[in-house]
Write a protein that binds this ligand. Structure first.
Ligand SMILES: [Zn+2]
Length: 656
């Protein structure tokens, strides 16, 4: 990827960052009564059709990213000889990839580590996919290699160099996966490539073998004259996902930078002519909002699968991987814009404006951070401001989505017991279904999104409208990212907000970021002339709740006793494959939310390897819907403040 050996002024600042990426996941859950989604992680909600307040969906995209400091925590020795990888697409149908690693002469005993996590903030133990590992010396004689722990191997007799070979299955679909099929390969390289523990900072070369003749390769990795892809070190290598397929590609220039859009999907399922203008508006709005463009080229890798329930995005320093279900792409004009605006903004927030706690990346265990509320949640905040500025969202839609976020948070009892920081630290528990219950957890995407708005309004208030969230981000970009420094998690955000507002914000951070104080919404929105309305609404009673994690199919979490869902045979733990004959995808909560009392619901279910179809008629129940409305007697000052807020700009000049 271009971040490798770049010499441009812009990019050189990042040439040393180590990057890693975490991915994105999207999950959604809805409450036990069945309707709203409480989602957790997620990134972006689809445009919520309002009547279904339930339908917000979120996906989350997490990600980790670049760092600008030499990384390599685990590098104990220095090696400058390049590590050579050969990745052979050995058996497309069986998802088999063969990897050889050529180690230069060095120590006799060398350890090789396969990361236990990457892309998602989840330990996924990629070594479960390793079928076998062998080693030999330069003469072809077998060398002893033994397993030290579940993800680390030690080869002996490697003083004169060695070749490590292994077979690994690439069968994780989605933007944070590594997948080889007869249709394509899409790979987050950390999920298939081991690294020599003593040479994580050594330059790397990667060559792909047995690529089908009509397939092309798309990645931001640089190419050497010999045709190998190269990176200055392993961390930068694995921040560059690779698509290998018969993809379609287009490109455009905007503001002096070059953008590529690569799409691997059925040609009839998307229209490049529609994706380009949306993407162009978003990149123009974000680079202007940040007043920065720390790259010369940027790559969007897009998948629009028909049959996958997956979706979401995964950010990288110079690219992003985006997946939207083909039907969702067609039905929901905002689905692509949402994920694109979110992932693109990550090139600053989390990739360059990066919490210290995520560095250096520890591939052997969790990197705990209390700042995902900011890195993910406030990325959601900015996403909506950007969509407003780009003309892709209007004020009513914006306020509707915001009210939906408030409703989602208020509907989870855990908002009074789990803070935004604790939710960030607990991200690693999101792979467990129990963690998603409304009593156990809130989502740092959800609460962080609201904290971004609250911090924005607070900074405007105490700075007499001379600063806003935009100035906070630009300050962090100047004082951390562009200085090659990481920010000290929540304290760093507070430092930036205080610097641009010239005010002590301890109370805000103590109450809302580290604490769980009940938020008084009407106080929050008073300055912009809004108040929160709670009104009863009659909605369909599903009788069950479901959640979806990591791009998998939704899973039934709870079935209410004596409900029609129970009588129809729905059981906790069932996977939902289809809802009313449509794939249950990232918008499944939204789909459920669009059902009305009296409608018939039909679910295709899978459990214990057996599929069955259930059907029943939906009853009704009351729930409270939240809306943000104008206060009575709104003043010109409130109107002016709201206008500035919705533009994402301060009213006056920011103080230095
Ligand atoms: Zn994200």
């Amino acid at each position: 990827m271009s971040h490798s050996c770049n010499t441009s002024t812009h990019e050189s600042a990042f040439s040393a960052y180590s990057a890693n990426s975490l991915g994105s996941l999207r999950l959604r859950a809805f409450d036990r009564k069945g309707r709203k989604e409480s989602a957790r992680c997620s990134q972006r909600r689809a445009h919520r059709p309002r009547h279904s307040s339930l339908a917000r969906f979120l996906l989350l995209a997490i990600c980790i990213a670049p760092l600008k400091q030499p990384v390599c925590a685990q590098t104990t020795a220095t090696s400058t000889a390049p590590i050579q990888y050969t990745v052979t697409l050995a058996d497309l149908s069986a998802h088999k990839v063969h990897v050889t690693i050529n180690l230069a002469p060095g120590a006799s005993e060398r350890d090789l580590q396969l990361p236990v996590w990457n892309a998602l903030y989840q330990v996924r133990d990629f070594s479960q996919y390793v079928n076998w590992v062998k080693a030999k010396n330069r003469e072809g004689t077998a060398l002893p290699i033994r397993l030290l722990d579940k993800s680390r191997w030690r080869v002996s007799g490697a003083a004169n160099g060695a070749e490590i070979e292994y077979e690994i299955l690439a069968m994780l679909p989605g933007p944070y996966g590594a997948e080889l099929t007869p249709k394509h390969a899409f790979v987050n390289l950390a999920e298939i490539l081991m690294y020599p523990v003593d040479a994580r900072s050594a330059p790397v070369q990667v060559r792909f073998h047995a690529v089908p003749p009509n397939w092309k390769i798309a990645t931001t990795l640089e190419k050497s004259p010999s045709g190998d892809f190269i990176a200055p070190n392993y961390d930068l290598l694995v921040d560059s996902p690779v698509e290998i397929s018969a993809f379609e590609e287009t490109d455009f220039d905007e503001g002096g930078a070059h953008y590529r859009i690569v799409v691997d999907a059925d040609r009839g399922d998307y229209d490049l002519g529609k994706l380009v203008p949306v993407t162009k508006k978003i990149v123009a709005a974000e680079t202007a909002w940040m007043n920065d463009r720390p790259f010369r080229t940027y790559l969007f890798l897009c998948h629009f699968p028909r049959d996958s329930g997956g979706g979401g995005g995964m950010e990288h320093a110079y690219s992003t991987a985006i997946e939207v279900n083909a039907q969702v792409l067609t039905d929901n004009p905002l689905a692509f814009a949402d994920v694109t605006a979110h992932e693109f903004f990550h090139l600053w927030n989390v990739k360059r404006i990066r919490p210290q706690s995520l560095e250096p990346v520890d591939y052997t265990k969790e990197n705990y951070t209390n700042a995902l509320w900011f890195s993910e949640g406030v990325t959601n905040t900015v996403e909506d401001y950007i969509l407003l500025r780009a003309g892709l969202l209007d004020e009513n839609q914006f306020l509707h989505r915001l009210a939906g976020q408030i409703e989602e948070l208020e509907d989870r009892p855990a908002h009074l017991s789990q803070s935004a920081e604790e939710s960030s630290l607990d991200a690693w528990l999101e792979k467990y279904q129990q963690y998603w219950t409304p009593q156990r957890s809130i989502s740092y995407y959800n609460e962080g999104d609201l904290l971004g708005v609250m911090l924005d309004l607070a900074v405007r208030d105490v700075s007499d409208d001379k600063a806003s969230l935009r100035e906070v981000f630009q300050w962090m970009n100047r004082n951390y990212a562009q200085m090659g420094k990481f920010f000290p998690d929540s304290d760093g955000v507070r430092q930036a907000a205080e610097a641009v507002s010239h005010t002590d914000l301890e109370s805000f951070f103590t109450k809302y970021v580290a604490g769980t104080e009940q938020i008084v919404w009407n106080d929050i929105f008073k300055s912009v002339g809004l108040h929160l309305i709670r009104q009863p609404e009659t909605v369909a009673d599903l009788g069950f709740s479901a959640t979806r994690t990591f791009g998998s199919q939704p899973v039934v979490m709870d079935v209410r006793a004596a409900s029609d869902a129970e009588r129809a045979g729905l059981v906790e733990g069932d996977s939902i494959l289809e809802i009313n004959n449509r794939v249950a995808s990232s918008d499944f909560q939204e789909r459920l939310g669009q059902l009305h009392p009296g409608d018939t619901i039909q679910l295709k279910i899978q459990s214990s390897g057996r599929q069955r179809t259930l059907q029943w008629k939906l009853g009704s129940r009351e729930e409270i819907e939240f809306e943000l409305k104008d206060v009575d007697n709104i003043t010109p000052r409130q109107k002016a403040r709201r206008a500035a807020w919705l533009k994402g700009e301060a009213q006056g000049e920011a103080r230095p």
